[in-house]
Design a protein around this ligand. Structure first.
Ligand SMILES: [Zn+2]
Length: 356
């Protein structure tokens, strides 16, 4: 029975056990992560896998769903990491033991399980999930331009519309979603698919021509992102502090349960500890978040330059994979567009000029 291990896993009802994922399953998991990072949605990935007849966690002959894909994308254990402290006595007031739902300190324990995807890839996917949520629009289209093109005037997204949809001259155009909204009336230009493709070819070639100069920047950026010693130290200190505070609080509770004492004083002291604990925990979350962002950014840069290295010449026509690999966003104004590459580099281009 394939996938029986990540069946429970994906559903999250067997979180405390090390999965015994077999290699064929690992290949599918990696494919799901890679496709998501290419820009595909969970729904598209699901239908591709179903079409190919790939067995789902529930077995052969079942349909993949977007929610199964999303849960696989969010399983931290696929990265080889696990959060400790699944259960802790945290509900001090009722003094009952309960499952840790995020209120107790948690630590990343790297390499605690065999990794299926690297920590960096896992982190990139989490950052991408957050990014897509923040788009405030359904990232449901498979179109490579969806969610990537913005209006410089109002900051809104460019959406696609079909012009003259009933005639044989029907064509697809991209325009600011607020173009005809009262009070906005954006003057940004609309673009056809072929315009965006043509602009990308020009922008990419311009970028490609001077990218050797960027290689040095790349080394510097990677080195800076890799240097996480300070963050590791902070995380360890804060982790220790939260544990100490938890132990103190536990001790207080036990004492209060066995000896008579002034409850007003007790509560005051207890609440003081609780506040310190919460402050340390919030700091720890911030530090861990920063660590995750850095490793995601590092992997993004590494992949970006690896993809760029694979391209051995300037391009003559639009290449969808290259678009996915290179472009973070495009900001369109009335006459110009600014392309932001995934390395952070930007190239501004005149929309209505044919040559540079
Ligand atoms: Zn606009």
């Amino acid at each position: 029975m394939p996938y029986k291990h990540f069946l429970g896993y994906a559903r999250g009802d067997d979180k405390d056990h090390t999965p015994m994922v077999v290699e064929e399953e690992a290949v599918i998991v990696r494919e799901i992560y890679a496709k998501f990072l290419q820009g595909k949605t969970a729904g598209i990935i699901a239908s591709e896998l179903t079409k190919r007849g790939v067995p789902t966690p529930a077995g052969t002959g079942q349909k993949w769903s977007a929610s199964t894909i999303m849960s696989i994308l969010q399983q931290e254990k696929y990265s080889g990491c696990a959060k400790l402290q699944k259960t802790l006595t945290v509900d001090f007031l009722s003094k009952t033991r309960k499952k840790n739902e995020g209120e107790a300190p948690s630590y990343w324990v790297e390499n605690s399980h065999p990794a299926i995807v690297s920590v960096e890839v896992w982190s990139m996917v989490q950052a991408e999930i957050v990014r897509r949520k923040s788009l405030n629009t359904r990232h449901s289209s498979i179109h490579p331009f969806s969610g990537k093109i913005f209006c410089a005037q109002c900051g809104g997204h460019f959406g696609s519309k079909r012009w003259h949809s009933t005639s044989q001259y029907s064509r697809k155009i991209w325009q600011c979603n607020n173009k005809y909204r009262k009070g906005t009336r954006c003057k940004t230009t609309h673009l056809e698919d072929k315009d965006i493709q043509r602009l990308f070819v020009r922008v990419f070639n311009r970028f490609y021509t001077d990218h050797t100069a960027l290689a040095e920047d790349y080394e510097t950026i990677i080195a800076a992102l890799t240097d996480t010693e300070k963050l590791e130290k902070q995380a360890a200190e804060l982790g220790g502090e939260t544990l100490e505070l938890l132990a103190l609080m536990q001790k207080m509770i036990n004492e209060n349960a066995s000896t008579a004492q002034d409850q007003k004083q007790y509560n005051k002291k207890y609440n003081g500890l609780l506040a310190r604990y919460e402050a340390a925990q919030a700091k720890l979350d911030g530090v861990n978040n920063e660590r995750m962002l850095r490793s995601a950014k590092k992997e993004k840069m590494r992949r970006f330059f690896a993809d760029l290295d694979e391209c051995h010449a300037a391009i003559t026509e639009f290449d969808e994979n290259l678009w996915y690999a290179m472009i973070e966003s495009v900001m369109v104004s009335e006459l110009t567009a600014v392309f932001t590459f995934k390395s952070g580099a930007t190239v501004e281009i005149d929309i209505f000029k044919d040559e540079d």
